[in-house]
Write a protein that binds this ligand. Structure first.
Ligand code: GDD
Ligand code: MG
Length: 364
Protein backbone atom coordinates (compact mmCIF):
# COMPACT_ATOMS: atom_id res chain seq x y z
CA UNK A 1 0.00 0.00 0.00
CA UNK A 2 1.16 3.54 -0.76
CA UNK A 3 0.22 6.61 1.27
CA UNK A 4 0.44 10.38 1.04
CA UNK A 5 0.61 12.28 4.32
CA UNK A 6 -0.39 15.95 4.08
CA UNK A 7 2.33 17.43 6.22
CA UNK A 8 2.28 21.08 5.20
CA UNK A 9 0.01 23.69 6.75
CA UNK A 10 1.13 26.42 9.10
CA UNK A 11 -0.46 25.31 12.37
CA UNK A 12 -1.65 28.90 12.83
CA UNK A 13 -3.84 28.06 15.80
CA UNK A 14 -0.87 26.58 17.64
CA UNK A 15 1.28 29.68 17.52
CA UNK A 16 3.70 30.50 19.07
CA UNK A 17 4.83 26.86 19.37
CA UNK A 18 4.31 26.30 15.65
CA UNK A 19 6.57 29.30 14.86
CA UNK A 20 9.55 27.09 15.64
CA UNK A 21 8.36 23.59 14.58
CA UNK A 22 5.81 22.12 12.17
CA UNK A 23 2.58 20.88 13.75
CA UNK A 24 3.40 17.28 12.86
CA UNK A 25 6.51 17.33 15.02
CA UNK A 26 4.60 18.37 18.15
CA UNK A 27 5.25 15.67 20.75
CA UNK A 28 2.35 13.52 21.92
CA UNK A 29 3.38 11.65 25.06
CA UNK A 30 6.99 12.58 24.18
CA UNK A 31 6.95 11.28 20.58
CA UNK A 32 6.23 13.44 17.51
CA UNK A 33 2.70 13.10 16.14
CA UNK A 34 4.11 12.04 12.76
CA UNK A 35 5.96 9.11 14.39
CA UNK A 36 2.64 7.78 15.72
CA UNK A 37 1.14 8.09 12.22
CA UNK A 38 4.07 6.43 10.47
CA UNK A 39 4.01 3.59 12.98
CA UNK A 40 0.34 3.01 12.27
CA UNK A 41 0.87 3.15 8.52
CA UNK A 42 3.54 0.47 8.80
CA UNK A 43 1.22 -1.68 10.94
CA UNK A 44 -1.55 -1.34 8.34
CA UNK A 45 0.71 -2.76 5.64
CA UNK A 46 2.03 0.42 3.96
CA UNK A 47 5.44 0.19 2.30
CA UNK A 48 5.84 3.61 0.63
CA UNK A 49 4.94 7.00 2.08
CA UNK A 50 5.02 10.39 0.39
CA UNK A 51 5.34 13.21 2.91
CA UNK A 52 3.83 16.31 1.27
CA UNK A 53 5.71 19.14 2.93
CA UNK A 54 6.09 22.91 2.62
CA UNK A 55 6.12 24.93 5.86
CA UNK A 56 9.43 24.09 7.65
CA UNK A 57 9.96 21.26 5.13
CA UNK A 58 13.66 20.87 5.91
CA UNK A 59 12.93 20.16 9.61
CA UNK A 60 10.69 17.23 8.63
CA UNK A 61 13.03 16.00 5.89
CA UNK A 62 16.05 16.02 8.20
CA UNK A 63 14.16 14.37 11.03
CA UNK A 64 12.98 11.35 9.00
CA UNK A 65 15.37 10.85 6.08
CA UNK A 66 14.37 8.35 3.40
CA UNK A 67 13.16 5.35 5.36
CA UNK A 68 11.42 4.58 8.63
CA UNK A 69 9.59 1.61 10.23
CA UNK A 70 10.56 -0.51 7.24
CA UNK A 71 8.86 1.87 4.76
CA UNK A 72 10.43 4.01 2.03
CA UNK A 73 9.85 7.73 2.53
CA UNK A 74 9.64 10.33 -0.23
CA UNK A 75 9.57 14.04 0.51
CA UNK A 76 7.44 15.98 -1.95
CA UNK A 77 8.17 19.61 -1.35
CA UNK A 78 5.88 22.41 -2.55
CA UNK A 79 7.38 25.78 -3.33
CA UNK A 80 4.07 27.39 -2.46
CA UNK A 81 1.32 25.73 -0.38
CA UNK A 82 -0.94 23.73 -2.72
CA UNK A 83 -3.81 23.13 -0.28
CA UNK A 84 -5.16 19.65 0.49
CA UNK A 85 -5.51 18.30 -3.10
CA UNK A 86 -2.67 20.08 -4.93
CA UNK A 87 -0.01 18.04 -3.08
CA UNK A 88 -1.72 14.80 -4.20
CA UNK A 89 -1.49 15.88 -7.83
CA UNK A 90 2.14 16.87 -7.29
CA UNK A 91 2.87 13.34 -6.04
CA UNK A 92 1.26 11.71 -9.12
CA UNK A 93 4.51 10.29 -10.50
CA UNK A 94 5.62 8.92 -7.15
CA UNK A 95 2.26 7.23 -6.61
CA UNK A 96 1.73 5.95 -10.13
CA UNK A 97 -1.50 4.68 -11.70
CA UNK A 98 -1.51 1.00 -10.72
CA UNK A 99 -3.58 0.87 -7.56
CA UNK A 100 -5.65 2.84 -5.04
CA UNK A 101 -3.67 4.68 -2.36
CA UNK A 102 -4.17 6.26 1.06
CA UNK A 103 -4.18 9.97 1.87
CA UNK A 104 -3.98 11.23 5.45
CA UNK A 105 -4.33 14.63 7.03
CA UNK A 106 -1.10 14.67 9.01
CA UNK A 107 -2.53 16.47 12.03
CA UNK A 108 -4.78 13.57 13.08
CA UNK A 109 -3.99 11.19 15.93
CA UNK A 110 -5.85 7.90 15.54
CA UNK A 111 -5.61 4.17 16.11
CA UNK A 112 -7.58 3.44 12.94
CA UNK A 113 -6.55 0.41 10.87
CA UNK A 114 -6.14 1.97 7.42
CA UNK A 115 -6.30 -1.39 5.65
CA UNK A 116 -9.97 -1.67 6.68
CA UNK A 117 -10.86 1.43 4.68
CA UNK A 118 -8.95 0.04 1.70
CA UNK A 119 -11.08 -3.09 1.91
CA UNK A 120 -14.36 -1.13 2.00
CA UNK A 121 -13.17 0.99 -0.89
CA UNK A 122 -12.46 -1.97 -3.15
CA UNK A 123 -15.87 -3.50 -2.38
CA UNK A 124 -17.74 -0.48 -3.76
CA UNK A 125 -15.51 0.39 -6.71
CA UNK A 126 -15.62 4.02 -5.59
CA UNK A 127 -13.27 6.73 -6.88
CA UNK A 128 -12.80 7.95 -3.32
CA UNK A 129 -13.73 6.55 0.08
CA UNK A 130 -13.49 8.62 3.22
CA UNK A 131 -13.42 7.63 6.87
CA UNK A 132 -16.07 9.51 8.87
CA UNK A 133 -16.53 10.33 12.53
CA UNK A 134 -19.58 11.43 14.47
CA UNK A 135 -18.85 14.85 15.97
CA UNK A 136 -20.62 17.31 18.26
CA UNK A 137 -19.75 20.47 16.33
CA UNK A 138 -20.04 19.96 12.53
CA UNK A 139 -18.99 23.55 11.83
CA UNK A 140 -15.31 22.64 12.42
CA UNK A 141 -15.23 19.80 9.86
CA UNK A 142 -16.12 18.59 6.39
CA UNK A 143 -19.58 17.00 6.68
CA UNK A 144 -21.03 14.16 4.61
CA UNK A 145 -24.62 13.11 4.00
CA UNK A 146 -24.87 9.37 3.31
CA UNK A 147 -27.35 7.00 1.71
CA UNK A 148 -28.07 3.70 3.44
CA UNK A 149 -25.48 2.08 1.19
CA UNK A 150 -22.76 4.50 2.31
CA UNK A 151 -22.72 6.62 -0.82
CA UNK A 152 -22.01 10.28 -0.06
CA UNK A 153 -24.78 12.39 -1.61
CA UNK A 154 -23.47 15.68 -0.31
CA UNK A 155 -20.17 16.90 1.07
CA UNK A 156 -19.96 20.36 2.66
CA UNK A 157 -16.80 21.78 4.19
CA UNK A 158 -17.35 23.51 7.55
CA UNK A 159 -21.08 24.26 7.22
CA UNK A 160 -22.70 26.61 9.75
CA UNK A 161 -24.01 24.40 12.59
CA UNK A 162 -27.68 24.91 11.69
CA UNK A 163 -27.11 24.03 8.04
CA UNK A 164 -25.05 20.86 8.57
CA UNK A 165 -26.65 17.93 6.69
CA UNK A 166 -25.43 15.46 9.40
CA UNK A 167 -22.88 15.10 12.15
CA UNK A 168 -20.67 12.73 10.17
CA UNK A 169 -17.33 14.45 9.80
CA UNK A 170 -14.52 13.82 7.38
CA UNK A 171 -11.84 12.18 9.53
CA UNK A 172 -9.03 13.22 7.17
CA UNK A 173 -8.36 9.61 6.05
CA UNK A 174 -9.07 8.70 2.41
CA UNK A 175 -8.56 5.93 -0.12
CA UNK A 176 -8.34 7.33 -3.65
CA UNK A 177 -8.21 5.74 -7.10
CA UNK A 178 -5.56 7.06 -9.52
CA UNK A 179 -8.52 8.47 -11.50
CA UNK A 180 -8.51 11.24 -8.85
CA UNK A 181 -5.54 12.88 -10.61
CA UNK A 182 -7.94 13.92 -13.43
CA UNK A 183 -9.95 15.95 -10.91
CA UNK A 184 -7.03 18.05 -9.67
CA UNK A 185 -5.55 20.81 -11.83
CA UNK A 186 -1.76 20.97 -11.84
CA UNK A 187 0.47 23.51 -10.09
CA UNK A 188 -2.04 25.57 -8.13
CA UNK A 189 -3.72 25.33 -4.71
CA UNK A 190 -6.74 23.03 -4.78
CA UNK A 191 -8.89 21.95 -1.83
CA UNK A 192 -9.96 18.32 -1.84
CA UNK A 193 -12.81 19.20 0.52
CA UNK A 194 -14.21 22.18 -1.41
CA UNK A 195 -13.26 21.44 -5.02
CA UNK A 196 -13.01 17.66 -5.41
CA UNK A 197 -15.33 15.86 -2.95
CA UNK A 198 -18.51 17.83 -3.83
CA UNK A 199 -17.92 17.03 -7.50
CA UNK A 200 -17.35 13.32 -6.82
CA UNK A 201 -20.51 13.26 -4.67
CA UNK A 202 -22.49 14.67 -7.63
CA UNK A 203 -21.05 12.00 -9.87
CA UNK A 204 -21.97 9.26 -7.35
CA UNK A 205 -18.33 8.22 -6.98
CA UNK A 206 -17.76 9.08 -3.31
CA UNK A 207 -18.35 6.69 -0.38
CA UNK A 208 -17.95 7.09 3.37
CA UNK A 209 -17.75 4.84 6.45
CA UNK A 210 -17.95 5.90 10.05
CA UNK A 211 -15.76 4.34 12.70
CA UNK A 212 -15.16 4.53 16.44
CA UNK A 213 -11.96 4.47 18.48
CA UNK A 214 -9.21 6.98 19.07
CA UNK A 215 -9.43 10.00 16.77
CA UNK A 216 -8.63 13.64 17.30
CA UNK A 217 -6.90 16.44 15.41
CA UNK A 218 -4.45 18.79 17.06
CA UNK A 219 -5.63 22.03 15.48
CA UNK A 220 -5.98 24.10 18.68
CA UNK A 221 -4.17 24.12 22.06
CA UNK A 222 -7.06 22.43 23.87
CA UNK A 223 -7.15 19.70 21.17
CA UNK A 224 -3.43 19.20 21.58
CA UNK A 225 -3.74 18.75 25.34
CA UNK A 226 -6.69 16.43 24.76
CA UNK A 227 -4.74 14.36 22.21
CA UNK A 228 -2.11 13.61 24.86
CA UNK A 229 -4.81 12.49 27.30
CA UNK A 230 -6.62 10.34 24.76
CA UNK A 231 -3.45 8.64 23.61
CA UNK A 232 -2.40 7.99 27.17
CA UNK A 233 -5.74 6.42 28.10
CA UNK A 234 -6.02 4.41 24.89
CA UNK A 235 -2.49 3.09 24.49
CA UNK A 236 0.04 3.96 27.15
CA UNK A 237 -2.15 3.39 30.22
CA UNK A 238 0.60 3.21 32.90
CA UNK A 239 2.87 6.10 33.88
CA UNK A 240 6.28 5.89 32.21
CA UNK A 241 9.60 7.13 33.49
CA UNK A 242 12.53 7.42 31.05
CA UNK A 243 16.19 6.54 31.47
CA UNK A 244 18.55 8.32 33.90
CA UNK A 245 15.70 10.21 35.58
CA UNK A 246 16.61 11.55 39.05
CA UNK A 247 13.85 11.93 41.59
CA UNK A 248 14.44 13.54 45.02
CA UNK A 249 12.65 12.59 48.23
CA UNK A 250 8.95 13.16 48.72
CA UNK A 251 8.18 13.42 45.00
CA UNK A 252 4.76 12.19 43.89
CA UNK A 253 4.44 10.88 40.37
CA UNK A 254 0.73 10.46 39.80
CA UNK A 255 -1.16 8.41 37.23
CA UNK A 256 -1.12 9.16 33.52
CA UNK A 257 2.32 10.72 33.43
CA UNK A 258 5.10 10.36 30.87
CA UNK A 259 8.57 11.48 31.90
CA UNK A 260 11.38 11.64 29.33
CA UNK A 261 15.03 10.64 29.73
CA UNK A 262 17.43 12.58 31.97
CA UNK A 263 14.72 14.57 33.78
CA UNK A 264 15.44 15.87 37.29
CA UNK A 265 12.60 16.28 39.79
CA UNK A 266 13.31 18.21 42.99
CA UNK A 267 12.05 17.44 46.52
CA UNK A 268 8.34 17.17 47.20
CA UNK A 269 7.31 18.03 43.64
CA UNK A 270 4.06 16.59 42.27
CA UNK A 271 3.83 15.46 38.68
CA UNK A 272 0.52 14.48 37.07
CA UNK A 273 -2.10 13.41 36.53
CA UNK A 274 -1.81 13.90 32.77
CA UNK A 275 1.61 15.46 32.58
CA UNK A 276 4.13 14.92 29.82
CA UNK A 277 7.65 16.04 30.73
CA UNK A 278 10.14 16.27 27.87
CA UNK A 279 13.69 14.97 28.20
CA UNK A 280 16.36 16.97 30.06
CA UNK A 281 13.75 19.05 31.88
CA UNK A 282 14.58 20.19 35.40
CA UNK A 283 11.88 20.70 38.02
CA UNK A 284 12.86 22.43 41.27
CA UNK A 285 11.44 21.84 44.78
CA UNK A 286 7.67 21.66 45.37
CA UNK A 287 6.87 22.21 41.73
CA UNK A 288 3.42 21.04 40.62
CA UNK A 289 2.75 20.06 36.99
CA UNK A 290 -0.65 18.74 36.05
CA UNK A 291 -2.59 18.29 32.79
CA UNK A 292 0.24 19.97 30.89
CA UNK A 293 2.85 19.34 28.25
CA UNK A 294 6.43 20.36 28.94
CA UNK A 295 8.74 20.25 25.92
CA UNK A 296 12.38 19.14 26.29
CA UNK A 297 15.04 21.09 28.16
CA UNK A 298 12.71 23.31 30.22
CA UNK A 299 13.74 24.61 33.65
CA UNK A 300 10.96 25.15 36.20
CA UNK A 301 12.09 26.69 39.49
CA UNK A 302 10.92 26.06 43.07
CA UNK A 303 7.28 26.39 44.20
CA UNK A 304 5.93 26.93 40.69
CA UNK A 305 2.69 25.44 39.44
CA UNK A 306 1.78 24.62 35.83
CA UNK A 307 -1.79 23.49 35.20
CA UNK A 308 -3.43 23.00 31.81
CA UNK A 309 -0.57 24.70 29.94
CA UNK A 310 2.03 23.97 27.26
CA UNK A 311 5.63 25.05 27.80
CA UNK A 312 7.98 25.28 24.80
CA UNK A 313 11.49 23.89 24.47
CA UNK A 314 14.18 25.30 26.78
CA UNK A 315 11.87 27.87 28.34
CA UNK A 316 12.96 29.07 31.78
CA UNK A 317 10.19 29.42 34.35
CA UNK A 318 11.01 31.25 37.59
CA UNK A 319 10.02 30.37 41.15
CA UNK A 320 6.55 30.95 42.66
CA UNK A 321 5.15 31.27 39.13
CA UNK A 322 1.61 30.14 38.26
CA UNK A 323 0.79 29.23 34.67
CA UNK A 324 -2.67 27.87 33.88
CA UNK A 325 -5.71 27.52 31.64
CA UNK A 326 -4.49 26.89 28.10
CA UNK A 327 -1.43 29.20 28.24
CA UNK A 328 1.29 28.48 25.66
CA UNK A 329 4.85 29.56 26.31
CA UNK A 330 7.15 29.79 23.27
CA UNK A 331 10.58 28.14 23.06
CA UNK A 332 13.36 29.86 25.06
CA UNK A 333 10.92 32.29 26.73
CA UNK A 334 11.77 33.47 30.23
CA UNK A 335 9.03 33.83 32.85
CA UNK A 336 10.37 35.70 35.86
CA UNK A 337 9.74 34.86 39.54
CA UNK A 338 6.22 35.39 40.99
CA UNK A 339 4.52 35.94 37.61
CA UNK A 340 0.94 34.66 37.14
CA UNK A 341 -0.31 33.83 33.62
CA UNK A 342 -3.78 32.47 32.92
CA UNK A 343 -6.69 32.41 30.45
CA UNK A 344 -4.87 31.23 27.36
CA UNK A 345 -2.09 33.84 27.40
CA UNK A 346 0.56 33.04 24.76
CA UNK A 347 4.18 34.11 24.98
CA UNK A 348 6.35 34.40 21.85
CA UNK A 349 9.67 32.56 21.59
CA UNK A 350 12.52 34.12 23.63
CA UNK A 351 10.21 36.78 25.14
CA UNK A 352 10.92 37.73 28.79
CA UNK A 353 7.85 38.24 30.98
CA UNK A 354 7.89 39.98 34.35
CA UNK A 355 4.25 41.09 34.74
CA UNK A 356 1.07 39.15 35.57
CA UNK A 357 -1.31 38.65 32.62
CA UNK A 358 -4.76 37.33 33.44
CA UNK A 359 -6.69 38.02 30.24
CA UNK A 360 -6.25 36.29 26.85
CA UNK A 361 -3.36 38.02 25.06
CA UNK A 362 -0.34 37.27 22.99
CA UNK A 363 2.87 38.69 24.46
CA UNK A 364 5.13 39.44 21.50
N1 GDD B 1 1.36 19.70 1.93
C1 GDD B 1 0.40 20.51 2.32
N2 GDD B 1 0.21 21.69 1.67
N3 GDD B 1 -0.36 20.16 3.39
C2 GDD B 1 -1.32 21.03 3.77
C3 GDD B 1 -1.56 22.27 3.14
C4 GDD B 1 -0.72 22.61 2.02
O1 GDD B 1 -0.85 23.67 1.40
N4 GDD B 1 -2.59 22.90 3.80
C5 GDD B 1 -2.98 22.06 4.78
N5 GDD B 1 -2.21 20.94 4.79
C6 GDD B 1 -2.33 19.79 5.67
C7 GDD B 1 -2.35 20.17 7.15
O2 GDD B 1 -1.05 20.07 7.70
C8 GDD B 1 -3.25 19.10 7.73
O3 GDD B 1 -2.50 17.93 8.05
C9 GDD B 1 -4.22 18.76 6.61
O4 GDD B 1 -3.60 19.21 5.41
C10 GDD B 1 -5.60 19.42 6.76
O5 GDD B 1 -5.44 20.83 6.88
P1 GDD B 1 -6.01 21.63 8.15
O6 GDD B 1 -5.63 23.05 7.95
O7 GDD B 1 -5.61 20.97 9.41
O8 GDD B 1 -7.58 21.50 7.90
P2 GDD B 1 -8.75 21.46 8.97
O9 GDD B 1 -8.35 20.75 10.20
O10 GDD B 1 -9.29 22.82 9.11
O11 GDD B 1 -9.86 20.57 8.19
C11 GDD B 1 -9.51 19.33 7.61
O12 GDD B 1 -9.47 18.29 8.59
C12 GDD B 1 -10.74 17.96 9.22
C13 GDD B 1 -10.48 16.83 10.19
O13 GDD B 1 -9.63 17.25 11.19
C14 GDD B 1 -10.54 18.99 6.52
O14 GDD B 1 -10.06 17.88 5.79
C15 GDD B 1 -11.92 18.68 7.12
O15 GDD B 1 -12.81 18.28 6.10
C16 GDD B 1 -11.78 17.56 8.16
O16 GDD B 1 -13.06 17.31 8.76
MG1 MG C 1 -6.62 20.07 10.97
Amino acid sequence: MKAVVLAGGFGTRLRPLSCTRPKLLFPICNKPLLDWTLERLAKSGTNEVVLAVNYMAETITQHYGDSTHGMRLFHSREEKPLGTAGPIKKAEELIGHEEPFLVLNGDILTDFDYSKLMKKHTEKRATATIALRRVKDPSRYGIAELTEKNRVIRFVEKPPREKAPSNLANAGIYVLEPEIFDYIPNGRPVSIERDVFPKLANERKLYGYDFEGLWTDIGKPEDYLKANKLLFDAQIKKSQVGKSVRVKSGVEIKDSTVIGDRVFIGEKSKVGPYATIGERTILGKKVHVQNSIIFPGVVISNFTSIKGAIIGEEAAIGSHVKIGDGCMIGDHAVIRDNVVLSQGVTVCPSRKVSENVLTPRCLM
